[in-house]
Write a protein that binds this ligand. Sequence first.
Ligand SMILES: O=C(O)CCC(=O)C(=O)O
Ligand SMILES: [Fe+2]
Length: 425
Amino acid sequence: MRDLRDLMGKITAGASGEVESAKGRTGATSHSSPANDADLERALELSEQEARVSAMSEEEALEAALAASMEQEQWQGVKLKSGTPAGYKRKHPEAIERSERADGTRRKIDEAVGDASKPLRSSDDASAWRHGDVDPKAELKQESAGLAPLFGGSKSTIEVPTFSSGGPETSDSAMTTINKLNGSLDLLYCKGWIVPEARRKLFRWMLNGLAWHRVVYTRPNSNITIRTPRLTTTFGRDDTGAPDSAYPIKPRPFPKPLAELKALLEHLTGSYFNTVIINLYLDGSDSISYHSDDEAFLGSLPTIASISLGATRDFFMRRKAPAGVDVPAARADQPSGTKGVGPAASRPTEKFALADGDLLIMRGRSQADYEHAIPKRKEAGPRINLTFRRVTNVKGTNNFQRYNRGGVAESRFINGKMIEASGGL
Ligand SMILES: O=C(O)CCC(=O)C(=O)O
Ligand SMILES: [Fe+2]
């Protein structure tokens, strides 16, 4: 039996992450985009440097990664789903065995980051963001998990970052507009938007201060249970004025630093945001599979502002169309969603190496006509991503709460370790 880790280890450039269905992927149409934008080319080059050289062709690697990810999720599904149908177990004894293996691999990763023996803080208030002494053993673990640079010494206090309009924390000097196919792809890309000192503070504050969730959910109409391959959380809610009782998982207001960032982004984009989704990729085995943030509750042609912190990770985008199918470029008068009718191109058509402090704003038809992904990588340090969005109704808020905070106990990063509560807090 091929070990998943071995397989994933062979997958390099072009490898995709897991396959998730919760976000409602739609396929669509496309033709290849002209690569004539100098800035994009530079970003592509960076991305290629980041990608490891592989004996496989990009297409083979992508296919293998998708197959492996799908299998991985199915094994986890078999393992995690209580009451897996007996028929399935009989028909797929090998899947049970692989499920256990995959689970063992995940446990090893978890152990590298921390154990579950310490108590948890259960509140998200500002006092919980103060960080006490770091135990030396935990520091060793941080080092092995690539987290050591986040801590200055054996004693450290986590500072609460601040962001002010026109302040020194951000810099728009490297802002690039990327527009292709008459607005099918419409991006604003600002490398190093958050300056080094501020990004370091923000990363540390979020990693140490927030409650994280490795969300588990069952795919609609299936027996497959998905263990999301990243940690997540979310703040904010729609502006309908609905009472708290409308939300099974109660939304929380933006903490101050994130409210300040939101204000800066609103000023920069002219768009309004009321929600942030935060993803923590602990290492290269965490990922997000191809999807579009095109849910109806985000409205048509949503603007999404995405901030990257920590390790550089590849960000792939692909047209929603089979490669080679000729589809006309978007027209200004075209409603969104008109192209969501076919499978997506198998290869990424755009690649970025999103680095510490980068800001990527996706707007216009970027969700309607493209999908995006953070593929798995053999090695990568921890990375945090924040996406600011506007949710228009209660259903949307509930969807985000469920898929970013629901299904499992919270995890806290304490004394250099990510600790998951077993009972659920
Ligand atoms: O981590 C990233 O850069 C992308 C995250 C993303 O696509 C999402 O949360 O929808
Ligand atoms: Fe996304």
